[in-house]
Design a protein around this ligand. Structure first.
Ligand code: NAP
Length: 299
């Protein structure tokens, strides 16, 4: 009996610009799903390229960003947010008409502003953000299951070609993601409170503990129980990535930070005046939020 013809992959060639945790995980998940005949990558350093090649994350990884994009049907920029604009400028001459260009940046408006002006007409730009990650970075941190059951937010632009948006959506679904479409500004406001502020708080707490500790430093680390230990995990996230997130989502982060400071003063006052009911009420409400999250399978 003859073998049934193999289904045509969704893309002939995928090019990933940047091959760290996110780029590497996209490569592995795309390979798992058989979504491309060829997957290549390009990165800034020869060292990272060598690691990606040794781990066989892609068919080939080099350091020439434009060369990687030649003939690609899908290009995903997976660099820190602050490097997306320059990456778009470098790859622009190599993009073929009809190619879908996307990104994975944790901030959307600034990335759109930085990338869009460089992209030639006839190329479909569909920004995206997989809300999935770990505190680890680099190609060695990549794994195929990273996106399974996690949200990927697409932020199509006013002029985005609907079939390109649908195709990118199908790709992310194939990588295991749940899909939501949002306006870029709404994305940035939502992520400011759900992701950016929590990281800022973690960085602050760990820094404060470190400053405070002085001679107690080793004791703080020795007795680091649940709460503090969880913060140290978040605060070990990549410094470049997070510097770029805060600099590029400045307005939304400053706005939630203002609200957060007011709420913190409210708690400070309640503690000072022994108003246990205020503390108890808030802690009861927040416990419900945790239960709701577990119910939604996102905790
Ligand atoms: P990563 O593991 O640190 O990898 C970053 C990659 O970008 C590396 O290949 C790095 O190259 C390359 N790169 C850095 N600066 C560059 C530049 N100036 N020009 C060209 N390439 C450059 O980072 P990641 O965690 O995958 O994050 C990548 C993107 O995903 C960021 O925009 C981030 O906001 C977003 N994101 C991250 C997470 C997360 O939890 N980590 C979750 C969702 C979205 P070299 O190593 O060769 O320098």
């Amino acid at each position: 009996m003859s073998k049934p013809p193999e289904a045509k992959p969704m893309f002939d060639k995928i090019a990933l610009i940047g091959i760290g945790l996110i780029g590497g995980s996209i490569a592995l998940a795309a390979r798992r799903g058989g979504f491309a005949r060829t997957i290549v990558a390009a990165t800034r350093s020869a060292e990272t390229a060598a690691t990606a090649n040794r781990l066989k994350l892609v068919d080939h990884c080099g350091t020439d960003l434009a060369a990687a994009c030649e003939d690609a049907d899908l290009v995903i920029v997976c660099t820190p947010v602050g490097a997306c604009g320059e990456a778009a400028r470098l790859i622009a001459p190599a993009l073929k008409p009809g190619c879908i260009v996307s990104d994975v940046g944790s901030v959307k408006q600034a990335v759109v502003t930085a990338m869009q002006p460089h992209l030639p007409a006839g190329v479909h730009f569909v920004p995206a953000h997989p809300v999935a990650g770990t505190e680890n970075s680099g190609p060695e941190a990549a794994f195929a299951e990273l996106f399974d059951g996690r949200w990927c937010i697409l932020t199509p632009l006013a002029g985005s070609d609907p079939s390109a948006v649908d195709k990118l959506e199908a790709f992310w679904k194939g990588l295991g993601s749940l899909i939501e479409r949002l306006d870029p500004a709404d994305h940035d406001r939502i992520l400011a409170i759900t992701s950016h502020l929590p990281h800022l708080i973690a960085y602050t707490i760990v820094g404060t503990a470190d400053d405070l500790a002085g001679h107690l430093n080793s004791e703080v680390l020795r007795f680091a129980a649940g709460g503090f230990r969880d913060f140290t995990r978040i605060a070990s996230s990549d410094p470049t990535m997070w510097r770029d997130v805060f600099l590029n989502n400045r307005e939304a982060v400053l706005e939630v930070l203002q609200r957060f400071q007011e709420d913190l003063f409210y708690l400070q006052r309640a503690i000072r005046w022994g108003e246990g009911d205020k503390l108890f009420d808030l802690f009861t409400r927040t416990r419900e939020i945790r239960r709701a999250l577990i119910h939604l399978n996102q905790a």
